[in-house]
Design a protein around this ligand. Structure first.
Ligand code: CU
Length: 189
């Protein structure tokens, strides 16, 4: 092997070594840093989550929706709820008070939350159940929540969890014949 050939071989060797060094250097900063950064980031996130809990309750805690609904009307005037839409956050705890401001013997009301488009079906099934069952059918699929009956001047309160699935649901009074006027929409966002 002449001198030039030897030199070339050395250069190639050197280049290979250099390439390997570059490759190694290319990898080196990544893996150890990532390995080191991950636990650090995790610790930081945990620390942030701990301290952020009171500051960002919406993302971490169940929200509470307090709603008061009034019923108005008497035998002569069409009875109805004072709101035709109730908007709540998905999965929130809904605390609802139903204030019966109606007067007259048939001004007995409740509020029943149902699947979308099922208010009439639930109300008609409720009529068959009658007063002993608060005019609410025993149907856990169609009925999301229901209140007891409120006599004129009475207030009844219920708590229930809003559906997790955003969308529109119905509410209705299932006292006989009231479903025609006493109904509205529960908008879950
Ligand atoms: Cu009613």
């Amino acid at each position: 092997m002449n001198c030039l050939a030897k030199r070339r071989k050395q250069l190639v060797k050197h280049a290979v070594a250099l390439g390997a060094a570059v490759l190694f250097a290319g990898c080196q900063p990544h893996s150890p840093e990532q390995e080191q950064e991950r636990p650090l980031a995790d610790t930081t996130e945990l620390a942030q989550a701990d301290t952020a809990t009171p500051a960002q309750p919406d993302s971490l805690l169940q929200s509470v929706e307090e709603i008061t609904l009034h019923t108005v009307g008497d035998e002569q005037n069409i009875k109805h709820f004072d709101k035709d839409t109730i908007a709540v956050k998905a999965g929130s705890l809904v605390k609802l008070s139903l204030v019966n401001q109606g007067s007259g013997q048939s001004m007995i009301h409740n509020i029943v939350f149902t699947r979308n488009g099922k208010a009439t079906q639930v109300a008609l099934a409720g009529e068959k159940v009658g007063a002993p069952g608060n005019y609410v059918p025993d149907d856990t699929v169609l009925v999301l929540a229901s209140s007891p009956l409120a006599l004129p001047g009475q207030t009844v309160s219920i708590e229930f969890e809003a559906p997790i699935e955003p969308g529109f649901y119905d509410f209705v009074c299932t006292y006989p014949d009231h479903y025609k006027h006493m109904r509205g929409v529960l908008a879950v966002k």
